[in-house]
Design a protein around this ligand. Sequence first.
Ligand code: NAD
Length: 373
Amino acid sequence: MTDKKKVLFLGGDGIGPEVVAEARRIAAWFLEHGLNATLSDGLYGMSQYRIDGRLISVDVLMQCKQADAIIFGATGGAEIEALPADVIESGGLLFLRKELDLFANLRPIKAIDALRDASTLKPNVIKDVDFVFVRELCGGIYFGTPRGIETLPNGQRRGVDTQVYTSGEIRRVARVAFELARSRNKHLCSVEKSNVMESGKLWREEVQRMQAEEFADVELTHMYADNCAMQLVRRPSQFDVILADNLFGDILSDCAAMICGSLGMLPSASLSAPDERGRHNALYEPIHGSAPDIAGKSLANPLATILSFAMALRHSLGAAGDADLLEQAVRKALDDGARTADMAGPDERKLSTVGMGDAVIRALEELSAPSAQ
Ligand code: NAD
């Protein structure tokens, strides 16, 4: 029997604990049905800050480094935004991503038939959409220095951020994107603004060189980020894998969320480089934030977090069959009419967060019943 995989659940802030609780119930269901894993829980964000003035304890950070998969809810909100900079710098989500070296962020975007009408895009535009964003997560303008706000001698204030990438940072995330494209339809679209940014020029040159040297079987195209924003709403089915830096990947993938009808539907995986045994640090989270406007009301859609757990099953827990089953169960729950408020039409019944978790568990039971096989 192989070692049990370790799964750590961190709810975080706002709706995070509500949506993670549903993913945890799903994980418990898989444990009862043979998944070889242990589940544990940790505090993160304001709930930890109220205890000792830090967003993450030393113990939980250690657990993160030992876990095979972290299932993370969300962080953010007015209280977090009012904290001193040093608290954020030593415990915020960017710190955690950097500490675990989670440089490759995978965000699958797949149109779901049952949610055709929840999308703001026309059904013929979103038909057959199935692509993956690979977003660089540990570099670029969110980390570059110098940064800060200063007061100039003339009394004006000046805010500075620095967009910076090394060839090594570009190549390691490009490798993830090329390999993913190779396992799919062999088309990679690399996004930057090399027309106006030096880091964009370097990005394009490095990606082009890698293709020539190692990935000649993958068709590579380059697209300016502004054009990509337009193409995502014009003809999203043209994409297979999109590679983007930290900033452009953040913005463009939120835009693409509307293909699926709601921000509450999109999962993600953030991965480090594999070690010699093939193990990654891995954090799985919905792409949405802490949604303070609906926190604590059991209105949040937990499906992005549940689908993030499906990604963990596939990429970190060696359970691709379980991942397929869970994705099928989410589709079935939606086909059967389960909707939370964010994706319900005016006349449709709206489920609570827990109600949606129940609907997925019911679908899992039905799909795994002997008569369904
Ligand atoms: P948000 O994603 O939290 O919310 C945007 C809108 O989508 C809100 O109207 C919200 O109610 C809705 N929404 C989001 N998730 C939903 C869900 N699961 N079900 C139903 N509706 C949902 O973005 P925001 O309002 O711009 O940011 C709020 C806070 O979250 C900010 O502090 C921001 O910094 C933080 N944030 C954190 C993360 C993260 O933890 N990875 C990501 C994005 C934003």
